[in-house]
Design a protein around this ligand. Structure first.
Ligand SMILES: Cc1ncc(COP(=O)(O)O)c(C=O)c1O
Length: 383
């Protein structure tokens, strides 16, 4: 059976040019970037070059980027780092309800440690309201964390506006751009954010490497202590091949952004229109914001079929899609994102996320539509 992968928001295939660059490094460079000999200097050059290439692609200064093990570590470093760094100002944090668990669970841990976390609500499209934030900041608020684009429904947020307001108030602002990178143009200096999280494996780069942008005026305490790597901001021997692969992936993502965007819009349109014809528009609902959205993420509820049943049936047909966020798939929990959007129960329990990327074709969408039609025809609601 030819399998169809429509779960690019969970992880993506490594681009052949990324793999080629990584293999060259893994087979050719084995020094430690901290060593003073020629092997060490070779390694150090790879680290510096990767940092410069990524910085150039997202309009940051190389020294503003701290390499991490991925989005989760970047989010944790931002939340814990900011909370600790600003205890002289206060212990109040504002975090949106629809953040990835890498932010939400870090915030919960901070709350257990005596910080006060307030959750920013969203509307039925998954958007936060800047006025709500204006009304809830306090003199002791130290950090606001709102993601650039949501991983489950694709909704994007008014990040520049929130960031500008936070700056006016002297509050640090973190945004998780893990899903946005490669889908939206990212200019770190224009986003008005002090801390921005990135991950390579969502953009056809390797798993286990990411970065945290730390604006030049921010002094963030380290999570990991040890050697002097990353200017003492994140200790540990560098992941050379990962960094180079991440750099290549970012370059490809940024240079191919317009083309990929147009292709995602086309596939998305074909999927939604195809479903209207095949099963009728009253049999499904698209969740999220029709205007402010990532093109490659489409979250659809089929109220007649529960999420698990649909996912299992799709999987049996060789089609990979997702419920909720990648990290919680496999568990039966209802999505905290859809719950925060206050959607009807039957919509909550029947949501499926399709996300497109490298390798997806119109032909695959045609097959997916047909298979959904068949599944809906044979399955009765079971909850
Ligand atoms: C929005 C968002 N933030 C953070 C993460 C975690 O990133 P990583 O898998 O690189 O740890 C993910 C991954 O699903 C994500 O979608």
């Amino acid at each position: 059976m030819n399998r169809i992968y429509m779960d690019h928001a969970a992880s993506t295939p490594v681009h052949p040019l990324v793999a080629e660059e990584m293999l060259r490094i893994m087979t050719g460079t084995y020094g430690n970037a901290s060593s003073v000999h020629a092997f060490g200097r070779d390694a150090k050059r790879i680290v510096s070059s990767a940092r410069e290439r990524i910085a150039a692609a997202i309009h940051a200064r190389p020294s503003d980027l701290v390499f991490t093990s991925g989005g989760t570590e970047s989010d944790n470093a931002a939340l814990f780092g900011a909370a600790m760094a600003r205890m002289d100002r206060g212990r109040h944090l504002l975090v949106s309800q629809i953040e990835h668990h890498a932010v939400l669970h870090a915030a919960e841990r901070l709350a257990e440690q005596g910080f006060e976390v307030e959750y920013i609500p969203v509307d039925t499209f998954g958007r936060v309201d800047l006025n709500w934030i204006r009304e809830h900041v306090r003199p002791d608020t130290t950090l606001i964390s709102v993601m650039l684009a949501n991983n489950e429904v694709g909704t994007t947020q008014p990040i520049r506006e929130i960031g500008a307001f936070a700056r006016e108030q002297g509050i640090w602002f973190h945004t998780d751009a893990v899903q946005a990178l490669g889908s939206l143009k990212i200019d770190c200096e224009e986003l008005n954010a002090d801390l921005i999280s990135f991950s390579a494996h969502k953009i056809n780069g390797p798993q286990g490497i990411g970065a945290l942008y730390v604006a030049p005026h921010i002094k963030l305490p380290a999570l990991l202590h040890g050697g002097n790597q990353e200017r003492k901001r994140r200790a540990g021997t560098e992941n050379l091949a990962g960094m180079a692969g991440f750099a290549k992936a970012v370059e490809l993502a940024v240079s191919g952004l317009d083309e990929r965007h147009a292709e995602s819009i086309r596939l998305r349109h074909q999927l939604v229109e195809g479903l209207k014809t095949a099963i009728g528009e009253d049999r499904f609902v698209v969740n999220g914001d029709p205007e402010h959205t990532l093109a490659h993420v489409v979250n659809i509820s089929f109220p007649a079929v529960g999420t698990e049943t649909m996912l299992m049936n799709l999987d049996m047909e060789g089609i990979a899609a997702a419920s909720g966020s990648a990290c919680t798939s496999g568990s039966l929990e209802t999505s905290h994102v859809l719950r925060a959007m206050n959607l009807p129960e039957n919509v909550l329990h029947s949501a499926i996320r399709f996300s497109f990327g490298l390798g997806n074709t119109s032909k695959e969408i045609e097959i997916v539509v047909k298979k959904i039609e068949t599944i809906i025809g044979r399955v009765r609601i079971n909850h």
